[in-house]
Design a protein around this ligand. Sequence first.
Ligand code: PNW
Length: 472
Amino acid sequence: MPEPITFPNGFLWGSATSAYQIEGAVREDGRTPSIWDTFSHTPGRTDGGDTGDVAVDHYHRYRDDVALMADLGLGAYRFSVSWSRVQPTGRGPAVQRGLDFYRRLVDELLAKGIEPAVTLYHWDLPQELEDAGGWPVRETAYRFAEYATIVGEALGDRVESWITLNEPWCSAFLGYGSGVHAPGRTEPAATLHAAHHLNLAHGLGTQALRAALPARARVAVSLNSSVVRAASETPGDLDARRRIDNLANGVFHGPMLHGAYPEDLFADTARITDWSCVQDGDLAVIHQPMDALGLNYYTPSLVSAAEAGAGSARNDGHGASDHSPWPGAEDVVFQQTPGERTAMGWTIDPTGLHELIMRYTREAPGLPLYITENGAAYDDKPDPEGRVHDPERIAYLHGHLAAVRRAITDGADVRGYYLWSLLDNFEWSYGYSKRFGAVYVDYETQARIPKSSAQWYARVARAGALPELALD
Ligand code: PNW
């Protein structure tokens, strides 16, 4: 019998969610609209016109959901705070009732021995701040720092793990570039300015958290750093890879980890912006010491230079839009990576996760890494007995966890893994049509049914080891 694949002692086994995707209760206790409320209520923006109005009603069912995590033996939970629930206009005093919800949630987690990790910003900007210009405007970064202080002061006595931003690439490039995410703008220069102000928000937010939190607290960011591969070794394809890598990764990890933007990024985007949004001192603010780095991974990208005369491919796995999310690299063609795919159409490739972890082991030596999201969507349905069998998801998780373990063997310091997602939920522009949960949700009754992958993951978490791949 082959040896089980064992993880280091103390490795964290968790799951992740985000506020707008699960909470619902969008008008309760003083909450006001975020850009995702506005966007999802705009006809044509989400599949079937789905919104997060009710979502999976976690705001009212959080006790049951925490009990579910405890039943599954999970040791950690990553969730996000809804900015417009705790600071409705994005400015000024906090709403106590909003903060109280997160305090109750954290108390419930701690009582069950589940370690909370709080993400401050998972894409739901208060609408009033978007009305004032949104992320392309510098002021938004200062507002974020104030919000970070509020949440840090409210939860700092009981939460040790903090994440400033989730996937700033999506906020900037999908929100202001291709427009498939809120606020749905399609402005190349604004996209790059948004990226800079998100970086600045991370730096200012980290400073604010350090001031508000006890010294033991850990502060990190979660990047959906892309694994970008060139379709061939031709100079054109290699250059396409270089440009996309800068726009996907370097634009964030450059300032955050190294205190500088990649020089060639400025040259590549010179006809779009002169980057005068970067003011003296900004890079020092962004370049804050971090205690860990969160990596979110789903699938790699395969790019090539456009053939002469060919239009750029828009179906690049980042959602359908006539507008490129890649300012200055609109000509790059995204090819379909060979292999099996999930219901998102994303190719399953665990080698990409290993590659990503090793890259950031080199990029940020000594910085502990966490996989803050990884998982897959499938067309899950209960069988006549009401059980949900998802062997494909088990295989996906097994392959990716084995890749994490291989990276640890190869010298990477990976401390934990958060499965995306605990529950089926509102999958942004795809609405409820894509199910990422380890736990199935019946959207009519809100009943939760742990899928076979949840039972499998519970066994892995309890043993701290991967069993042989037994499907179901
Ligand atoms: C991430 N892309 O979203 C988010 O952090 C989650 O909220 C989301 O539910 C999950 O992954 C699954 O999609 C992404 O186009 C959305 O590259 C789009 C992209 C990447 C991540």
